[in-house]
Design a protein around this ligand. Structure first.
Ligand code: FAE
Length: 527
């Protein structure tokens, strides 16, 4: 952590123990191991490689988020977004398009490598984090372990007992998972919105459950008491949290740098991967400045290459490598098995007496758990709308058991991956979510909100927070993430998860990466 802060203060784009001490560190073009990306899967890889004494270079396309802007804050809030909010945009693209049909949510901003990206494909756009820590910088921190039975359904070749006894607990400990104090939850104004949604669900005979989080709830209680600077209680979340949240830069990545073997290069986007006749991998990466201009094209080489660019990033790199012939032997399943985790967002209008409170914590702590309903399995996170005003809105991010999957194909004209997701595939998620929320509306005599998602839509069916798959475990890779056809090439991120996991996914991604790294370090890197 010290290394992260020192390096950021010096304005460096290379972060590590060595670089923290030197103004102009020597270029590291060759490393035994390279990790692409710095989200969950990448961070696990970096730490475990560093601990194994293997010199490792992490290449991240986003910024290191540790330097305060002119307002004294590293990140901006959802209430006042500026250029730090979004990845090279001139206007924010928040999940809620409008409020009361008014265009008051989104704001014009300057072009900058901001922390949240919304990647647009036909019929689906995907929110992802950009920066050292990947999605952990922008997400809601919900740290949910999936039902063992559904995990086994999705990963039939993985030893679930070992996952639940060893790797899930290891991931939760490392991530700093904790739970809200139930007594405080029942009394605080900051979770009135959750209690109102719980009551509406209970009226429909639906079960709710507390969900753990990586936001430090002791810190949040101090925020509420006025003794700590507010973050979750100051509308900070999707554009980053200045305090309280244990994002990866404070957990896995800080520990990785602490090994002394890991260096992070930022604002460098890997675009090509090839393999030499000696079996080493060569990468081409574009280094950008904060205007987005490519200021240098760099070559790297390594013996062990770990892909942690996330479902979109890793899959695009491999689809491009296969189709342009730089890694021609990649399996035909690379690019397939992609899904949205059944994501769909919706809002309900409560009665005037069912207030949700002007003050809302940005960290969700409860879900409506109807996953056991085999006719229509849904797990719906009770989400905040932290506007500082009473809105009477109950917002939800539903995770449905949508079986639809799509594939990525390589588009030579744009040198990028295209996603073949259709509107009909989103309609499957909507129909499942609608059954659940129709039940809640009918039990409470309430209706949907029409003013939030544009075009009078009641369900946001065109974006997701949980991109999963593209390089599915056991298909594109062996049972541990080793890429088929290419020795010493590994995947550690959400692209391994086959499109659905039934809950918010980062604990699963982290635990699977822990499992893969344990096996790979034991078997593949011995001298
Ligand atoms: P990810 O965290 O996306 O990291 C990939 C990293 O690689 C990023 O930093 C990229 O910038 C970088 N990268 C990609 N391509 C390249 C390249 N070519 N060269 C260099 N760098 C590259 O991957 N999940 C939960 O479990 N609980 C939640 O409460 C939750 N809330 C969410 C809220 C929002 C708004 C969003 C967007 C997501 C949320 N998620 C949540 C999803 C979660 O953050 C996501 O599943 C994980 O971050 C995925 O982890 P990966 O390691 O796959």
């Amino acid at each position: 952590m010290v290394a992260l802060q020192t390096a950021a203060a010096a304005g460096l784009t290379r972060v590590g123990l060595q670089s923290a001490h030197a103004a102009e560190p020597a270029a590291v073009d060759t490393a035994p191991a390279i990790v692409i990306g710095s989200g969950y899967g990448a961070a696990v890889a970096a730490l475990r490689l560093g601990q194994a004494g293997i010199r490792t270079l992490v290449i991240e396309m986003g910024k290191l988020w540790n330097t305060a802007g002119s307002d004294g804050k590293v990140f901006c809030s959802t209430a006042a977004p500026d250029e730090r909010s979004m990845w090279f945009r001139t206007r924010t693209e928040a999940p809620l398009a409008t409020f009361l049909w008014l265009d008051v949510v989104n704001k014009d901003i300057g072009l900058y490598p901001g922390v949240l990206d919304r990647v647009h494909y036909d019929n689906m756009s995907v929110y992802v984090g950009r920066g050292v820590g990947g999605g952990s910088l922008v997400n809601g921190g919900m740290a949910v372990t999936p039902l063992q039975s559904y995990f086994s359904e999705q990963f039939p070749t993985v030893d679930a007992t070992e996952m639940y006894n060893t790797y899930f607990p290891r991931a939760r400990t490392m991530l700093g998972v904790n739970t809200v104090d139930p007594t405080w939850f029942e009394s605080t104004e900051w979770y009135q919105f959750t209690r109102t949604s719980r009551k509406a669900a209970a009226n429909a005979g639906l079960k709710t459950t507390f969900v753990p989080n990586v936001y430090d709830f002791a810190y949040m209680q101090r925020e509420a008491a006025g003794t700590a600077t507010k973050s979750a209680l100051a509308a900070e979340v999707i554009y980053g949290n200045n305090y309280g949240k244990k994002s990866l830069d404070k957990t896995y990545l800080a520990a990785a740098l602490g090994t002394g073997n890991v260096t992070i290069h930022t604002l460098e986007r890997v675009r090509a991967i090839s393999r030499g006749t000696d079996g080493t991998y060569t990468l081409t990466a574009d280094r950008i400045d904060t205007t987005g201009a490519v200021v240098e094209t760099k070559q790297y080489s390594c013996t062990y290459l770990f892909l942690g660019g996330g479902s979109l990033g890793t899959t695009e790199l491999l689809v491009r490598a296969r189709e342009t012939g730089t890694l021609p032997a990649l399996d035909a399943s690379v690019g397939t098995g992609w899904g949205t985790n059944g994501n769909v967002m919706t809002g309900r209008a409560n009665h005037i007496w069912d207030t949700v409170g002007a003050n809302q914590s940005t960290m969700p702590v409860m879900g409506i758990d109807d996953w056991a309903n085999t006719a229509n399995p849904v797990f719906a996170e009770i989400a905040p709308i932290p506007t500082g005003l009473e809105t009477w809105i109950s917002l939800y991010l539903a995770i449905t058991k949508n079986p639809e999957r799509a594939s990525f194909t390589y588009d030579a004209a744009t040198d990028s991956a295209r996603l073949g997701w259709t509107a009909a595939q989103s309609a499957v998620s909507v129909s499942m979510a609608k059954k659940l929320f129709d039940r809640i509306n009918s039990a409470n005599a309430t209706i949907y909100r029409y003013d939030l998602f544009g075009n009078n839509k009641t369900f946001a069916d065109d974006f997701c927070y949980h991109p999963l798959g593209g390089c599915v475990l056991g298909k594109a890779t062996d049972n541990y993430g080793r890429v088929k056809g290419y020795p010493h090439l590994y995947i550690t991120d959400g692209s391994l998860v086959p499109g659905s996991i039934g809950v918010n996914p980062f604990v699963t991604i982290t635990a699977l990466a822990e499992r893969g790294m344990a096996r790979i370090l034991a078997e593949d890197t011995a001298p």
